[in-house]
Ligand binder design. Structure first.
Ligand SMILES: *[C@@H]1O[C@H](CO)[C@@H](O)[C@H](O)[C@H]1NC(C)=O
Ligand SMILES: *[C@@H]1O[C@H](CO)[C@@H](O)[C@H](O)[C@H]1NC(C)=O
Ligand SMILES: *[C@@H]1O[C@H](CO)[C@@H](O)[C@H](O)[C@H]1NC(C)=O
Ligand SMILES: *[C@@H]1O[C@H](CO)[C@@H](O)[C@H](O)[C@H]1NC(C)=O
Length: 333
């Protein structure tokens, strides 16, 4: 009996440990052959930018308990989308030599944009080039790719660069929006032409609500002028995606509305929370967290000056999850 008990206890510990090291969240099926390929920036990066703040404490404090290259205290939307697909979060490309690539690859790289930005990382075109090279090396079969899903994030580093170079003036940003949408449309076409049959494109989040913007108003309210940039961007992006659907098929392209998911989460936290201001980030200094962090990241929406906390991402994910089932159900029919 004591033997049985200790065996049970051992099993229990093993299960807990396995749960603790999983990068996705929730049910996880070994037999699932779906793969997730991820392109974009820090809103999707789970560990490609090796020399960034995301690999320094206090990043990763909540999950996995130490820095892991995620720009948050814990899991981000990529991890939740992977869990939705019942797979582990795909390996970051930078860690490819030491990682299993059977769940796909995450090419997203913090700080990058559709075009070149202020950091020296691969823009989205280069990320897709790398994906193409791997396909040419037969790392994945045609069937692998057909049952795969791509997640694409262009969260706004191109705009941050523009604002920095233009004294925060949004007046002439329209030209950049037009060229970004044209380039994104080419990128989505290319991902499809490489054999991926389901592509989820994230709409831009309300940039005017980011702590680096709202700190000017002591985190009082979102900046409507800056949010207009995201609204215009999303309007054109939705039109571009409609065009792609018309040309290539309704069931290929999906959009995840981060704009409204961020806003409604922030609004409901403003209404419901006693004292916690969702516009105020967990860490107090600058764009990236250093040592000064809040006691309860699980009550915040933002982690640092640019990125949601795990709590924020989980709330956002729950709101966009309903845009995902079509991906999954159709795939498994
Ligand atoms: C992975 O291995 C390849 C081939 O051996 C090498 O060229 C590359 O630099 C390695 N990448 C990393 C991130 O270690
Ligand atoms: C992406 O980066 C590559 C390599 O630096 C560069 O040649 C290319 O022009 C860039 N593409 C875009 C769309 O900015
Ligand atoms: C632009 O905005 C940033 C962040 O809100 C601020 O730190 C910076 O001083 C502003 N730059 C100018 C030129 O106004
Ligand atoms: C909102 O952002 C615009 C553009 O950067 C800036 O000119 C304006 O002062 C900001 N408004 C507030 C209230 O911070």
């Amino acid at each position: 009996m004591a033997k049985l008990l200790s065996l049970l206890l051992l099993l229990f510990i093993i299960i807990i440990t396995a749960e603790g090291t999983k990068s996705s969240y929730g049910v996880y099926e070994e037999s699932n052959s779906v793969k997730l390929f991820v392109f974009g920036d820090s809103y999707a990066d789970t560990g490609n930018y090796l020399s960034s703040a995301s690999y320094q404490p206090p990043y990763g404090n909540t999950f996995p308990g130490k820095p892991s290259g995620r720009f948050s205290d814990g899991r981000i939307i990529t991890d939740y989308v992977a869990s939705f697909l019942k797979i582990e979060s795909p390996a970051p490309y930078s860690l490819r030599n030491s990682s299993d690539l059977k769940y796909g690859i995450n090419f997203a790289y913090g700080g990058t944009g559709v075009f070149d930005t202020l950091i020296d990382g691969p823009n989205m075109t280069t990320q897709i080039d790398t994906f193409e090279e791997l396909i040419q090396q037969n790392l994945y079969t045609k069937t692998d790719l057909e049952s795969s899903i791509a997640l694409v994030s262009a969260a706004g580093n191109d705009y941050l660069k523009f604002l920095l170079e233009n004294g925060n003036n949004t007046k002439d940003v329209g030209g950049l929006t037009t060229s970004m949408i044209n380039q994104l449309s080419l990128n989505l076409r290319r991902i499809q032409s490489l054999g991926i049959s389901k592509i989820a494109m994230e709409l831009m989040a309300p940039m005017g609500c980011l702590p680096i913007v709202t700190e000017l108003s002591s985190y009082e309210k979102c900046n409507d002028t800056v949010n207009m940039v995201a609204i215009n961007h999303n309007q054109l992006l939705l039109q571009a995606v409609e065009q792609l659907k018309m040309e290539m098929g309704e069931s290929i392209f999906f959009t995840l509305d981060l704009y409204n998911a961020f806003l409604s989460t922030i609004e409901s936290m403003q209404k419901n929370h006693d004292g916690m201001n969702p516009l105020q980030p967990c860490c107090v200094e600058g764009i990236f967290c250093k040592s000064d962090v809040c006691d309860k990241p699980e009550l915040t929406f933002f982690w640092d000056g640019l990125h949601p906390s795990q709590n924020g991402w989980y709330a956002v994910y729950q709101l966009v999850e309903s845009s995902l089932p079509q991906l999954f159900e159709e795939k498994n029919r």
